[in-house]
Ligand binder design. Structure first.
Ligand code: GSH
Length: 250
């Protein structure tokens, strides 16, 4: 019987995108179990049984539940080694893990304030106060509702966006120096390090902030090669958070 892989994910979440990309690179069949973060489905009791952290993604394979996108991707590469997405060479493997760490710590963290200000605030500020209150009344952790309302209704924080842009620029500059000498982040082959950067590249492009990598020729060339991969195209978000603005009342 074929292996059954179920991915609990949200189309427009970076960590989910990372795992979809790994699944697609390996040509694996996977069942899509959508967890709608905008509707707080990640905090529903049934989902908390799968992932007590209330975060996506989670993957179930062969009865085993895995959480944490980088760990899931290493697991998938171990269990389905073809094509390999981790270098065999130990030094290159260490470099791959170094970059995955930088992506989680610096890139993902820096993109969050940008997404809050340019995506979440747009969505919630398009609602009337009554609609927002009704929406937040469905939040399973009601003690957080007041804080979320304040966060979503605050004006766009340009200083936070600018700070994120600087962090992102510095990280892409480091990548540019690395890739002046080699085609991919961990060396000669496309790896989980390139995969972990892809969702951030997508989000920056989607938010029309691609000037962040202006003048970084090696990075621009790498981005073109990453985004041209058929697996990248298949893993892209099929729905974006901002799509709700085109569907009033949803
Ligand atoms: N380190 C975790 C982070 C997972 C994570 O933060 N997921 C976000 C989406 S990218 C989430 O589920 N957020 C929901 C929330 O914070 O309520 C991983 O890599 O899987």
């Amino acid at each position: 019987m074929a292996d059954v892989i179920a991915l609990y994910h949200y189309w427009d979440s970076f960590c989910s995108f990372k795992v979809r990309l790994c699944l697609e690179e390996k040509g694996l069949d996977w069942d899509s179990r959508n967890v709608n973060l905008m509707r707080f489905e990640n905090l529903a009791p049934d989902y908390l049984k799968i992932n007590p952290n209330g975060l996506v993604p989670s993957l179930i394979h062969d009865g085993h539940t895995l959480v944490e996108s980088s760990i899931i991707n290493e697991y998938l590469d171990g269990v389905f080694p073809d094509p390999p997405l981790r270098p065999a060479d130990e030094v290159a493997l260490a470099r791959m893990r170094y970059w995955v760490g930088i992506e989680e710590q610096d890139l993902f963290r820096a993109v969050r304030p940008v997404s809050l200000n340019l995506i979440m605030k747009r969505i919630f500020q398009a609602m009337s106060e009554r609609q927002l209150d009704a929406h937040l009344a469905r939040h399973p952790k009601q003690h957080l509702a007041g804080r979320l309302k304040k966060l979503f209704t605050a004006p766009v924080d340009q200083a936070a966006i600018d700070k994120s842009r600087k962090t992102l620029r510095r990280a892409f500059e480091k990548m540019d120096s690395e890739m002046a000498a080699q085609p991919w982040l961990a060396g000669e082959a496309y790896s989980l390090a390139d995969i972990a950067a892809a969702p951030v590249i997508d989000r920056i492009g989607y938010l029309k902030m691609a000037d962040i990598w202006h003048g970084l020729d090696a990075v621009q060339d790498w981005i073109e090669r990453i985004t041209a991969r058929p697996a990248y195209q298949r893993a892209l978000p099929k729905e974006r958070m901002l799509d709700v603005l085109d569907r009033p009342g949803s």
